[in-house]
Design a protein. Structure first.
Length: 107
């Protein structure tokens, strides 16, 4: 199951406590974003529930404006694939095929 990040400190706690060898996927979303709600959110939930070696968290850009700004988020959804405290890939848009390929490549 995924969970929402509540603020920058919450994000930093997740980021800093993530095991180096475990993939962290941060999904930047918005309540008004159709593809976020209908495509990426259900897919993230499904993947999170079936892939125990990854952590998926969501960030609502309207509730965490500072975090979204600090990470230069301008497109919803945007997903950051992070491992060993490094962003491996930034995926913009609801591209399900690329999302699933990246999960397979990095998990």
């Amino acid at each position: 199951m995924t969970r929402y990040i509540t603020d920058t400190q919450d994000y930093e706690n997740v980021f800093n406590n993530q095991p180096d060898n475990k993939l962290l996927v941060v999904c930047y979303t918005a309540s008004w974003c159709g593809p976020c709600k209908t495509i990426m959110s259900p897919l993230c939930e499904k993947v999170a529930g079936s892939t125990p070696n990854i952590t998926i968290v969501k960030v609502d850009v309207d509730e965490c404006e500072e975090l979204a700004s600090n990470n230069e988020i301008s497109c919803m959804p945007t997903l950051h694939f992070i491992k060993n405290k490094q962003i491996l890939y930034k995926l913009e848009g609801a591209d399900t095929q690329t999302f699933l390929r990246l999960i397979g490549d990095f998990a």
